[in-house]
Write a protein that binds this ligand. Structure first.
Ligand SMILES: Cc1cc2nc3c(=O)[nH]c(=O)nc-3n(C[C@H](O)[C@H](O)[C@H](O)COP(=O)(O)OP(=O)(O)OC[C@H]3O[C@@H](n4cnc5c(N)ncnc54)[C@H](O)[C@@H]3O)c2cc1C
Length: 471
């Protein structure tokens, strides 16, 4: 069964064209890997954002397809380009900004069957894999080689390599292991006209040609579909532990966390948080630092970290508590808070000294207008490392706020972050939800260059249209 929009643009012509596209796809992939029935394509209509395309945007995809090879992806895109049919690349579907919400009559290309590890090169410390391998799976496979990618995002179990690269994913352990974007050595990408681009050779250092792989980091599938990734990997740690200290006030906790940023210690990651978790029994500011490496390295680091925390007025807590909290924070895939309450956030990159002021403005001027509250579990969060981020966490009842209101609210939050020189989506990307507000963060020239680049990679404007920025 095929779904059609009832737009005024000659439905009979489109029906015929759509049937031809579906038949063409079936000839390429077989019946099983082209999904068109409602029950089959509903799961491809939404992401973790909890809103689906049909009720939010009034759009249904034409079909969802499950290719297994680069050549298949290329043939699908060529067919789509010929018919000017939009393509929506989909990885694990865990993004929070409507990035995989299909536009009408689109082809959703799921990379879930492109899940093979192609090569592990221990000498040159790199791994090559298809994009559908999850962040957790790649670490499990690398483990027996004594290696790790360590991109432990909160969505570690479901987010996959292609999706994490396309959103410029942030991992709590990024200070030691770098972000996935920084670890990209080379990519293979099917461009918007079906051509297969290899961005460069598999070498860790390269000053030959333009660094084309970088343009696909955070591109949200708007320039092409990543079909193969080569990433640099690190030795897996011999020892891991965490040090946690409680503080009497948020200001001391936050300032202590800042001190780690330029401390020169190669900690895995860390954060200051004021939360109301059952571990502490009350609302309390804490600083948590994760340490990894050789046994000796960790031993020395632990001493320095403890000393820094104590000298700043922190009270060091039990090491088991520290470890369990750190493990939980690293990979907290949990779904919604409860049936109708949704926890969401704006994770922003901004000058850290303005975080409190910005958050207070949001709590005073923005949230009440929309009936939204700060998340009682995590009021204040500053993530430290090479890529410091701050989080504005909130909870809301799904049935009490419309999509348009939610969008408007995110716009107001981004405007506040932007006033302080920051960027709203510090990770998580733009998707459908934030695209209307991106011009706050980019001047006209930058936007024009970005649009020009999109034309080069996606000449027919079919790659994930309606996401990232307004055309
Ligand atoms: C509970 C939870 C915790 C999270 N924690 C974190 C976190 O700690 N850090 C963080 O950065 N994010 C986090 N996220 C957000 C989300 O998981 C990440 O953005 C994730 O990297 C998306 O990966 P995915 O495979 O699910 O991609 P999808 O959601 O499937 O796609 C994301 C975007 O990438 C595009 N895309 C997917 N695959 C490809 C491909 N092969 N080629 C081109 N484009 C592609 C899609 O079109 C879309 O625009 C979290 C989300 C949840 C729900």
């Amino acid at each position: 069964m095929i779904f059609y929009s009832t737009g005024a643009c000659g439905i009979s012509v489109r029906m015929g064209q759509d049937e031809e596209i579906v038949s063409g796809l079936r000839r390429m992939l077989g019946e099983q890997r082209v999904l068109t029935s409602k029950v089959d394509i509903i799961p491809y209509c939404s992401d973790y954002f909890h809103r689906d395309s049909f009720s939010t945007l009034g759009s249904w995809p034409l079909c969802a397809v499950l290719p297994e090879t680069t050549e298949e992806v290329s043939e699908i895109v060529k067919l789509a380009a010929k018919n000017r049919t939009p393509i929506v690349p989909r990885g694990g579907g865990s993004n929070q900004v409507g990035g995989v919400m299909p536009v009408d009559r689109s082809i959703v290309i799921s990379t879930s069957r492109m899940n093979k590890v192609i090569e592990i090169d221990s000498l040159n410390m790199m791994v090559t894999a298809q994009p559908g391998v999850t962040l957790k799976e790649i670490d499990e496979i690398l483990d027996s080689f004594g290696l790790t990618l360590a991109q432990e995002q909160g969505s570690y179990k479901v987010a996959n390599l292609g999706g994490a690269i396309s959103t410029n994913g942030f991992s709590l352990r990024h200070n030691r292991y770098r972000d996935i974007g920084e670890n990209v050595i080379a990519l293979e990408v099917v461009l918007g006209d079906g051509r297969i681009l290899r961005t460069g050779r598999k070498v860790c250092s390269n000053s030959s040609g333009y660094p084309l792989h970088k343009i696909f980091v955070g591109a949200e599938g708007t320039l092409g579909i990543i079909t193969e990734v080569t990433l640099s990997v690190m030795p897996k740690p011999e020892r891991e532990l965490a040090v946690l200290a409680t503080f009497t006030d948020w200001d001391s906790a936050q300032r202590t966390a800042w001190k780690f940023i330029d401390s020169g210690i190669n900690y895995a990651g860390g954060f200051a948080i004021e939360s109301m978790r059952e571990e502490f029994g009350k609302k309390i500011p804490v600083v948590l630092v994760g340490l990894e490496g050789t046994k000796e390295e960790v031993e020395v680091q632990e001493k320095i970290v403890r000393r820094m925390l104590e000298e700043s007025g922190g009270e060091i807590q039990d090491s088991d508590l520290a470890w369990s909290y750190w493990r939980l924070q690293r990979t907290f895939w949990c779904g919604a808070v409860d049936d109708d309450t949704n926890g969401d956030d704006l994770v922003a990159a901004m000058p850290l000294q303005y975080y409190d002021e910005a958050r207070e403005r949001m709590e005073r001027d923005v949230y009440p207008k929309y009936g939204i509250q700060s998340n009682p579990d995590d009021f204040k969060v500053v993530l430290i490392g090479r890529r410091p981020l701050v989080a504005f966490n909130f909870v809301y009842k799904m049935n009490e706020i419309s999509y348009e209101q939610l969008k408007e609210m995110f716009g107001e939050m981004m405007a506040i972050v932007s006033e302080y020189g920051g960027v709203g989506p510090g990770c998580h990307a733009v998707g459908e939800l934030l695209k209307d507000f991106i011009s706050m963060e980019h001047d006209k020239t930058r936007l024009a260059v970005m649009r020009g680049l999109k034309k080069v990679f996606d000449p027919y404007d079919i790659m994930n249209p309606g996401k990232k920025f307004v055309p």
